[in-house]
Design a binder for this molecule. Structure first.
Ligand SMILES: Nc1nc2c(ncn2[C@@H]2O[C@H](COP(=O)(O)OP(=O)(O)OP(=O)(O)O)[C@@H](O)[C@H]2O)c(=O)[nH]1
Length: 393
């Protein structure tokens, strides 16, 4: 079960428009991977066809001479590289890193070949500058890649092109200056537009995560709510139980909680609730266990792959820790001592709903038997006898 993204990890780097948190960025990219693949494949395919199509201009400029064959070779190299990258992106399950590598390789090969062609057609650097400007816009806006990589590739190719202009082109200084300014302009607005696109897309993703969190989590404790339990967790446990793997459920309830509210006030009650929820969340394994606020002061811990002995041991540890650690309430930090009762049920068959029901009954048994207790029970496999295990505080 993948750990949902925390709203705390949703800060966006304003410079490049990517999430600061690597896990969040990977989740965002993973969610868009199918679209990225298609976009990359289509763009590379169009680019390779156009690059090849522009061979007509080589023939028109140079005629059919041996040099034209060399230019055809470079154009074919670009078409084959970009086509292969497009095919790889489209046909194979591709990772984010591989998609970026394919994009960068195609870009670098195309730009290098473009420079070779420019050198062999030295009288047309005005046109070459226009072609480069269009290629740079494609790199910034159409080929999905990290902004940092796109910027590095675009800046390096612009610098190489300007060196070629100085070395090869017979160009007046005002023309060179204009050309340089135009390429600087294209790079600036290309990078700004790519950054803006990144920001808009990630802000949309962030808004969705925040909304999902609000719908799935309890505002006070940060634990999952009942809706999440019913919509996700009940179903997620079914395959485990079907495969005969153990699932353990701990249902716990703070003892005499009403008294805390009545004696110290609701804000103090909230502080106790938060302390209890935080304790439960610290023991939950990342991406495996789930903590649900089941009722007012009642919480559910779901432990996939955990048997009764380990679950009971954990509940005992929680009981001892909570009973021995006061919660501090109010600005003066008034210590409030309290305890909790626990029902632990485990099974390798049946349903999670059945396990929760059993844990609920055990928790009420712990209340009846004096509170500050753990009661546990292994639910029988179909056709077997129940094996009760009762633990007293
Ligand atoms: N402060 C606060 N109190 C809550 C919240 N949700 C429920 N409660 C209170 O929790 C109390 C639950 O009381 P009871 O169900 O009588 O249980 P109890 O006093 O803990 O007694 P036992 O469970 O039998 O040990 C009620 O007074 C509710 O108002 C909450 O979010 N914050």
């Amino acid at each position: 079960m993948a750990r949902p993204l925390s709203p705390d990890a949703l800060a966006i780097d304003p410079l490049v428009g990517e999430f600061d948190d690597r896990r969040t960025e990977t989740a965002y990219l993973g969610q868009h991977l199918a679209r990225t693949r298609t976009q990359l494949a289509c763009t590379l395919l169009f680019c390779s066809l156009y690059f090849l199509g522009f061979f007509a201009t080589d023939v028109a400029a140079l005629g059919l001479v041996p040099e034209t064959a060399l230019l055809l070779g470079t154009r074919l190299l670009v078409a084959v590289t970009a086509g292969a990258c497009a095919w790889l992106a489209y046909r194979h399950p591709i990772t984010i890193g591989a998609a970026r590598l394919a994009a960068s390789v195609a870009e670098v090969v195309a730009l290098a070949c473009f420079m070779v062609i420019a050198v062999h057609r030295p009288d047309e650097f005005h046109w070459h500058a226009m072609s480069l400007a269009i290629m740079l816009l494609v790199i910034y806006l159409y080929i999905p890649n990290r902004l940092g990589y796109a910027l590095a590739i675009a800046a390096a190719s612009t610098a190489a092109f300007l060196l070629l202009v100085l070395a090869v082109a017979d160009m007046r200084f005002p023309d060179m200056l204009t050309l340089g300014m135009l390429l600087a302009l294209v790079n600036t607005f290309g990078a700004l537009a790519a950054r803006r696109y990144n920001l808009v897309a990630r802000e949309e993703f962030r808004a969705r995560v925040v909304l999902e969190n609000a719908a799935q989590r309890d505002h006070l404790s940060g634990c999952y709510n009942r809706r999440y339990l019913h919509e996700h967790l009940l179903g997620a446990a079914s395959p485990l139980l079907r495969d005969g793997q153990p699932v353990c459920v701990i249902l716990c309830d703070i003892d005499h909680f009403k008294r805390i509210n009545d004696t110290h006030g609701h804000a103090a009650g909230d502080a106790v609730l938060l302390a209890f929820a935080s304790l439960l969340r610290t023991v939950a394994r990342d991406g495996i266990d789930s903590v649900v606020r089941y009722g007012g002061e009642e919480f559910l811990v779901i432990l996939p792959g955990t048997g009764l002995a380990a679950g009971t041991h954990l509940a005992e540890w929680l009981r001892g820790r909570f009973g021995n650690t006061p919660a501090y309430a109010g600005p003066d930090g008034v210590p409030i001592h309290t305890t909790a009762s626990f029902g632990v049920a485990s099974s390798s068959a049946g349903s999670l709903a059945g396990l929760i029901d059993a844990a609920d009954k055990l928790m009420y048994a712990a209340k009846r038997n004096g509170r500050n207790r753990v009661e546990s029970l292994a639910l029988p496999m179909p056709g077997a006898q129940a094996a009760p295990l009762s633990r007293a505080a």
